[in-house]
Ligand binder design. Structure first.
Ligand code: MG
Length: 395
């Protein structure tokens, strides 16, 4: 099968306006990498394509370059320069086919960048269907009854469900057939046929539907994006546990910061920042889970910038590093070790504040306290110690 030349065309020209995000959806981060990277790697895992072209919008070139730099070398191997798309999907596909023509593929698969889950079996079925039928699309049975309605919502007909298929990509074609069909459609002034099998049909080619994959979903809404991310995390993620420990000494004063909450007391804690021993231990626990150094490395005490700083910036930074890695915090747990002040009365406020800073549900934050039975430096009320644990899921 791999002796035939199969080209790949991925259409990434959409603006993704339905998502309301700051960048087109194909470049949004999903489990730490852009959506289009997942799509290209899934396709490459399914077939050794001889040539591959992505159709992009000219203004997305920097986003595209940044994304494909993250591809595995295997997935990047067949990838040529991107083609610049037109105003409609149909025009974009024609631009991509023209770009692929130099590689003279016998078969081409045309896929939407916003479908990140084409399985190897689906890709193999697509290649096989192109060879057998000339023009084919994957389709799935429809479980909902479908109504044809007019603009007032009045039902005009109820098509027999058994003969209907919801059509996906990759659609698969003999390359000369679909290139010729697109050229003729463009020359005839057609501009917005929404899928490529429709272009082949219009050109008079018999077109077929082969077995699609219900899991080969298209990411259209923010909910789709979140579901896709959860799926990627479930299949390819690891759980890590990091620990943190910190101590600060008491000094004359009238209160102290613990977990971002001001607590009245007969002393304060001394330190370069606001000496919030709990937030320091939590930040270190998260850095530990990431294996990204410690708080002193990210915020050197030698830098005057951090003198008296509110320690929420340290925790917020550690949390942002988890997000930058495409991960999420599962749970934060800490134990304060001191004779005084009493932690119990402030426990819920502390949990709420940590949850707020870390962007977590309060049920994922635990605050505990213990004494050391008057033993050691905490027992002598010379300072407060804090132990923390962070459980983190990373892609
Ligand atoms: Mg500290």
């Amino acid at each position: 099968m791999s002796s035939i030349r199969v080209g790949l065309l991925v259409v990434a020209g959409g603006r993704g306006v339905r998502l309301g995000a700051e960048r087109p959806k194909q470049y949004l981060s999903l489990a730490g990498r852009p959506l289009i990277v997942h799509t290209l790697e899934a396709l490459a895992a399914g077939f050794p394509f001889s040539a591959a072209t992505v159709v992009i919008r000219a203004e997305d070139r920097a986003l595209y370059d940044e994304a494909v730099a993250q591809l595995t070398s295997a997935a990047a191997a067949a990838l040529g320069d991107p083609a610049i798309g037109g105003a409609t999907r149909q025009q974009s596909v024609l631009a991509g086919l023209e770009a692929l023509e130099a590689a003279a593929p016998e078969i081409v698969l045309i896929h939407d960048a916003a479908r990140p889950f084409p399985s190897p079996a689906l890709v193999a079925r697509a290649v096989e269907a192109a060879g057998r039928h000339g023009a084919a699309a994957p389709g799935t049975a429809i479980s909902d009854t479908v109504k044809q309605v007019d603009s007032d919502g009045r039902v005009l007909s109820t098509p027999a469900r058994s003969s209907l298929r919801a059509v996906q990509t990759p659609q698969a074609f003999l390359f000369p057939l679909i290139l010729e069909a697109h050229r003729r459609a463009a020359a005839a002034g057609l501009g917005d046929l929404t899928d490529d099998v429709a272009v082949a049909e219009w050109a008079g080619a018999p077109a077929y539907v082969f077995e699609g994959d219900p899991l080969n979903v298209k990411v259209t809404t923010m909910q789709d994006l979140e579901a896709a991310e959860a799926r990627l995390m479930a299949t390819a993620s690891e759980t890590r546990v990091g620990q943190g420990f910190d101590v600060h000494a008491f000094a004359p004063g009238d209160g102290l910061w613990l977990c971002g909450v001001r607590i009245p007391h007969s002393a304060t804690l001394s330190g370069h920042s606001d000496a919030d021993v709990a937030l320091h231990a939590l930040a270190d626990a998260i850095y530990g889970a990431l294996a990204e150094g410690d708080i002193g490395q990210h915020f050197p005490p030698s830098e005057p910038e951090w003198k008296g700083a509110a320690s929420k910036v340290f925790l917020a930074h550690a949390v942002s590093r988890v997000r930058a890695r495409g991960g999420r915090i599962v749970h934060l747990d800490l134990t304060l070790v001191c004779e005084a002040p009493k932690i119990g009365p402030h426990r819920e406020a502390m949990r709420a504040r940590v949850a707020e800073i870390a962007g977590l549900d309060i049920g994922r934050v635990a605050v505990k306290a213990t004494t050391t039975e008057r033993l050691g430096f905490t027992g002598r009320a010379e300072g407060i110690a804090c132990l923390a644990t962070a459980t983190v899921r990373l892609p």
